[in-house]
Write a protein that binds this ligand. Sequence first.
Ligand code: FAD
Length: 547
Amino acid sequence: MTDGKSHFSVAVLIVGAGPVGLALAIELGLRGVNCLIVDETDGQIQVPTANYLNCRTVEFLRRWGIADEARYRSFKSDYPNNVLYLTGLNGHELARFERPANGASAARWSVSPEGPLWCPKAYFDPILRKKATAIPSVQLRFGCRLERFHQTHNGVVAELIDVASQRHEQITAEYLVGCDGGRSSVRHQLGIKLQGGFASHRQLLVWFKSPLLKHHQFGPAVLTWILKPDGIALLSALDGGETWRTGPWLSQEEVDRRTPEEWVRLIIGDGIPFEVLGSGYWGGHHAVAERYRQNRVFLAGDATHLLTPAGALGMNTGIGDAVDLGWKLAATLQGWAGAELLESYERERRAITLQNIAASSALHNADKHFEYSENLDADTEAGKQLQLTQLGKLLLESSRGLEFKTGIPGIVLGYSYDESPICISDGTPTQPLEPNAYTPSTRPGARAPHAWLAEGQSTLDLFGHGFTLLRLGNWVPDTALLEATAQECQLPLKVTALEQPEILELYERRLVLVRPDGHVAWRSDEMPARPKTILDQVRGVAPANRA
Ligand SMILES: Cc1cc2nc3c(=O)[nH]c(=O)nc-3n(C[C@H](O)[C@H](O)[C@H](O)COP(=O)(O)OP(=O)(O)OC[C@H]3O[C@@H](n4cnc5c(N)ncnc54)[C@H](O)[C@@H]3O)c2cc1C
């Protein structure tokens, strides 16, 4: 090397090995795409934020072969995922939402082969990392920072720096994806702004060790809200044993009046031993990037959106971004996609992000109704009335209460790429979004529904690598021409026949074409005269208005 820098080349450079960067690497790696993930940290969890994997995310883990590891071999699988509202660990119970432990959550979600999981970051990130790095075409480098990049007509030239040695390295990639979190330097370098609402101050998070469960009688819970005269605080279980995270929901000025130790003492009450392990801050914004792409550079995860933790939609939305972008980048690199395919990433995912931001903000605002009022903790008749009626009722009937009861399946499973240029509308009207209810549908754009096939096999297990054409029922039109056309344009297509009448009823049409990410691209009872028109649109070759 004449310039003292080493040079290297990959198909996709992923900046950031958080959950979203790792999920993208898995999607690309499983399709044989050569990619490098770099992260400036040493891989240690800095702030233990995300805990909850929603049902859709766990369906993706199932496809990647790691759902059971997250369900049974991470957070204690028999620890109840209960949510409690208390006036204190030695106070009164205001509301209780019983939710099954990880090991039992799938049984409650009949619309999915999986169910949500409580899988704190300290477990989840290493599971993703292990999966990603086991794929031969994926490389992961910690202690490696992206300094800057520029785009050329056929690629991206990035400058990396090894944090320990300060050695510079230049790398060329066909695409770069910024999965580099809320402060994304990739987004800043592209000059892309976040639009939306920004919290006026930061919220404190403190994580600590304490034998809390031995010191109260409310039993195990993953989330415990504590309402006190000084404000509201949330306690989260990080390992099902003695590690916890908490933080008061107060203004910066109020928070700054106490040390993290003083906050823990105030929240858990006197007489319970504890040791603070660390502390940090979070923002509570609700904002989305004005664009998700500039030429060969894409953004995903927190780099494109910041949501409040309410509804646990931040990382889960980001993993949805990675799944959407992964197969489209792979298809483009493998040469069977048109330009519209990558263009559709922003169209599809930004609309879902806006929907999720609205849901998360509504839940966040619902929390503001839960305020301590005088007598709430009193052992008097007035206190009892207040506990039983006012607050308990409000919690059980509020949107927050509904979230804990239902798991918001309308948001989690019912999202649909209605306006996508690569999904072919059949004219059926869009379904209004109802957060607490999910109605299975094969309307183009929707997630193809789950039904059990043979023992332990779901319809969802049929989807993944390329497109899947389902032939449903015992009379199906001849699909030979469509199959031959797919072969001609190198679109990977698997044809599967399902004769069960109940699956035909669930899937609503005799022919359903499902994308690699499990969303429906097209459906009909008849074969189109020109299947090429269909295949061109779903692989992004034809502009939407020509199909
Ligand atoms: C209190 C709290 C609780 C939450 N709970 C949940 C929950 O239960 N469920 C949920 O879905 N979401 C939750 N979230 C949101 C969730 O934490 C984020 O959405 C998620 O971490 C975003 O993942 P990411 O991979 O996009 O970014 P990050 O996790 O921020 O990862 C970005 C990575 O990029 C690296 N990086 C940055 N710049 C560079 C650079 N120049 N070069 C190299 N590397 C770089 C960083 O080191 C980092 O590792 C919660 C958030 C908070 C604050």
